[in-house]
Design a protein around this ligand. Structure first.
Ligand code: ADP
Length: 439
């Protein structure tokens, strides 16, 4: 049983980099949570704060309801698996897995039981007597997992554990890790920049950008109902298409071409506060319907013209890259249609899965968030952030500065009145640059 709870967790590094802002999540026992986002968005920092390898600047971390902010890493009952698995080359697979338990003085027969059990789960039983150099990359990564499993931690933390493996092995190991998680049943937090890894492995995904959580949800929820344009563009390949335009009399007018896309009654209701306003029509590549498809008739009210650019043949499907009045658009369709570069054709929007975004705030417009709102001016946002960071820095460093000030004060008191009275310019050390030059 292990729940993990983060409440408004922040990280401000010494240089003032605010790497993680108000990170809050309740992770249930046995969940497989994936933190995903572009490089530098704060995933590893958050994971390292959970592990105790990085101090939490503000906020609370609770494991099984117990506050863990100040606990040493070894007292948190967690195991961390890194990208570089660094096995001991001179030890067999068995010894590599047994090593941590031996250090903890676990009885020999208990070590043997746990190593054999883990080897069975990891399908490593035939290799227990081998040295790491005689294993494949995937097998070595499994041994690294085995070293964590034998410790029976409450929580597994994994930081990009598959990024050293080649593409084929990565795919195989993804399902292996999911299977192992199901067998071991421990709460797992997994960090990756790869959205496909997140989509295929997670029970819930946390999407991050610039240190802020963008959305938390099940893979399908993030795919179908992205909270903003960042999540919509980050989750799914190829990314969601964004047609920019304006709402006029129940029609979406596409920028550049001026073509009118009729709104469905539900869409009209949703967008009733957006008349005359700028909008972004978000459509997944598989939801733009080619004119020859059987589905076209159903959505013909939303048809628009486009011209094919580059074509990517992926076997059963093709990705057709095109341009609609300056909006880059990609269609994913059955390769039987054999569309060619420079073909001009009509496409329609499958309105069931489309989504609208406020162009100004980039937030999705949903029945809960359908009032028109404008993004605050960037300048004032930046100023606010600077103020917040300054205040936070004062908070963190105030204690440290206080301690240093007190030390200086007491050191001054200890000195003789003659010492303290000497002006700074007369107190230059004997080996100062000027003295050296004179010598
Ligand atoms: P990710 O894991 O998402 O790639 P990180 O958590 O490693 O991102 O980094 C988040 C931000 O914090 C980045 O801007 C990074 O440069 C910064 N950062 C990471 N470690 C340190 C550090 N020790 N000192 C200062 N800044 C750091």
């Amino acid at each position: 049983m292990a729940t993990v709870r983060l409440v408004n967790v922040n990280k401000v590094y010494d240089g003032g980099v605010h790497a993680v802002h108000d990170f809050s999540i309740d992770i249930a026992d046995k969940e497989f949570i994936v933190f995903v986002g572009p490089s530098g968005c704060g995933k590893s920092t958050t994971l390292r704060m959970i592990a105790g390898l990085e101090e939490i600047s503000f906020g609370d971390l609770l494991i099984d309801g117990k506050l863990m902010n100040a606990a040493a890493p070894k007292d948190r009952d967690i195991a961390m698996v890194f990208q570089s698995y660094a096995l001991y080359p001179q030890m067999t697979v068995y010894k590599n897995m047994a090593y941590a338990l031996k250090l903890r003085k676990v009885p020999k027969d208990e070590i043997d039981k746990r190593v054999r059990e883990a080897a069975k789960i990891l399908k490593l039983t035939p290799y227990l007597d081998r040295k790491p150099r005689a294993l494949s990359g995937g097998q070595r990564q499994r041994v690294a997992l085995g070293r964590s499993i034998v410790r029976r931690p409450k929580v597994f933390l994994m930081d990009e554990p598959l990024s050293n493996l080649d593409a084929k092995l990565r795919v195989a190991m993804r399902s292996e890790i999911v299977r192992i998680h199901e067998e071991v049943g421990a709460t797992t937090i997994y960090v990756t920049h790869d959205q496909i890894e997140a989509m295929t492995m997670a029970s819930r995904i946390v999407v991050m950008k610039d240190g802020f959580i963008q959305q938390i949800g099940e893979p399908n929820e993030l795919y179908r109902n992205p909270a903003n344009m960042f999540v919509a563009g980050f989750i799914g390949t190829p990314a969601m298409n964004f047609l920019h335009g304006t709402l006029e009399n129940g029609y979406f007018i596409i920028d550049g071409t001026g073509e009118k896309i009729k709104l469905t009654p539900d869409q009209k209701k949703l967008l009733k506060n957006y008349e005359g306003k700028r909008l972004v029509y978000g459509i997944r590549p598989e939801n733009i319907v080619y004119e020859k498809s059987e589905r076209f008739e159903k959505f013909k009210d939303t048809a628009f013209k486009m011209k094919a650019g580059m074509i990517e043949l992926l076997g059963d499907i093709i990705n057709v890259h095109g341009d609609v009045g300056g909006n880059k658009v990609i269609l994913k369709m059955n390769s039987k249609y054999a569309v060619k570069e420079r073909d001009e054709f009509t496409a329609a929007i499958d309105t069931e899965y489309s989504r609208f975004f406020n162009e100004s705030t980039t937030k999705a417009i949903t029945p809960d968030h359908c009032d028109y709102e404008e993004a605050e001016a960037t300048a004032s946002l930046d100023e606010d952030n600077v103020t917040i960071i300054e205040q936070e820095k004062q908070g963190i460093f105030a204690k440290a500065f206080g301690a240093v000030k007190n030390k200086i004060k007491s050191a001054k008191k200890d000195k003789s009145p003659a010492d303290t009275a000497a002006p700074a310019d007369q107190a230059a050390p004997a080996d100062s640059a000027d003295n050296n030059r004179e010598n």
